[in-house]
Design a protein around this ligand. Structure first.
Ligand SMILES: Cc1cc2nc3c(=O)[nH]c(=O)nc-3n(C[C@H](O)[C@H](O)[C@H](O)COP(=O)(O)O)c2cc1C
Length: 354
């Protein structure tokens, strides 16, 4: 593989700016759009009733608004996920929201790097946003706009999260999912895992009873609109099996994993990189690729042995085109890149054209 293919580009998200500045001014993409080579339609993929030109996608995160969805669509990603929304406006965490990290020897902690890494292979970051959200009126219009930008063979997922701040967590999940559905989402993804919020919704995916209750309420309310549940990293394989069985019983159509993994993020001097208020945050990129592949392999095994009616979406650390294949060959129906596509927006095009 030519060395150039392992180099970082200027990221589409400006990590020096705030989330709202990126919403209003981004995405940053100054190259020309790549030419797309399509497969014969007979070789397209059938996914939850949609016909997809390829199994490549962007998970919830890098695509902040319709402008970003439109960019990813032109760059050859066929499964576009609108960043997690709430039923009310929410500012999220202050900057910094993204810093480069590297592993700390003999520890599960990571250290902030001042400079970006030399290669995509070594690209890991922590992202800490706390799921900011634009107001519902903005979202209604903007999700419809995003949908209108998609091409044939592409699908729009909108990621949603509930909150207890408005009363019942379950009711707020349903309210937000219906907002997304009515605005035009093809598929809803409920985020049951966010390492950057300390409240219950951040680790729902580890709680089989609440997972089943909230997922059941969502599938009932969404009716014919398919539901994906996004999960995080499982330390315990037994828990992973229990959760997948709960999701299938709740008639969820697909499971997506993994979210970023919660870790302590330190500066070289031992202080917390994001300040004392945020001692841990979600780490993603190459440092979690092995965990993500293990999640896919075990989930595939469980889905097959338990005969669960669940589609599997995999991602975590995909930064080079062949990483997509590793996930697809391990049993994922779709493979998604977040961190990788931010620093190499041409990754999907390189995969299509290989
Ligand atoms: C900048 C950024 C923002 C993210 N925001 C969300 C989010 O709002 N909701 C969510 O479910 N996951 C979010 N994620 C997690 C990704 O969807 C993905 O699960 C994780 O980053 C692992 O993939 P990666 O290694 O390709 O980045 C975010 C990731 C990044 C990099």
């Amino acid at each position: 593989m030519p060395l150039l293919d392992n180099k970082l580009s200027k990221p589409i998200y400006d990590i020096k700016k705030s989330y709202i500045e990126n919403v209003l001014q981004g995405p940053c993409f100054e190259n020309s759009y790549p030419e797309r080579i399509y497969k014969d339609k007979r070789d397209w993929i059938s996914f939850l009733g949609f016909s997809l030109a390829s199994p490549l996608g962007v998970p919830a995160g890098p695509l902040l608004t319709s402008g970003w969805i439109g960019l990813a669509s032109k760059l050859g990603f066929d499964v576009l996920t609108y960043k997690t929304i709430r039923s009310f406006p929410y500012a999220g965490h202050p900057t910094p929201n993204v810093v480069y990290v590297k592993p700390l020897a003999d520890s599960d902690k990571v250290i902030e790097c001042e400079k970006e890494p030399d290669t995509l292979e070594n690209l890991s970051i922590t992202n800490s946003f706390g799921m900011p959200s634009m107001p519902p009126l903005f979202l209604q219009e903007d999700i419809a706009k995003a949908k209108a930008l998609l091409k044939e063979g592409q699908v729009l997922i909108v990621s949603v999260v509930g909150s207890k701040d408005t009363g019942s967590l379950q009711e707020d999940f349903v309210r937000t999912a219906l907002l997304a559905k009515e605005a035009g989402a093809d598929i809803i993804e409920a985020n049951f895992s966010c390492p950057n919020v300390q409240s219950q919704e951040g680790s729902l995916y580890l709680d089989p009873e609440n997972t089943k209750a909230i997922a059941s309420a969502l599938t009932k309310a969404l009716n014919s609109t398919p539901l994906i549940i996004k999960v995080g990293h499982f330390e315990d394989p037994k828990r992973q099996k229990e959760i997948l069985i709960s999701l299938s019983r709740a008639k969820v159509q697909a499971v997506a994993g993994i979210n970023s993994i919660s870790k302590s993020v330190l500066k070289e001097d031992g202080s917390y990189a994001l300040g004392k208020e945020r001692k841990v945050s979600g780490v993603c990129g190459s440092l979690i690729r092995k965990n993500a592949l293990d999640f896919v392999k075990l989930s595939k095994k469980i889905i097959t042995s338990e005969k669960l009616d669940l589609e599997l979406i995999g991602g975590g650390g995909i930064a080079l085109p062949f990483h997509f294949d590793e996930f697809l060959e391990s049993g994922a129906k779709l493979a998604m890149s977040a961190t990788g596509m931010m620093w190499d927006p041409l990754i999907a095009s390189k995969w299509h054209n290989k």
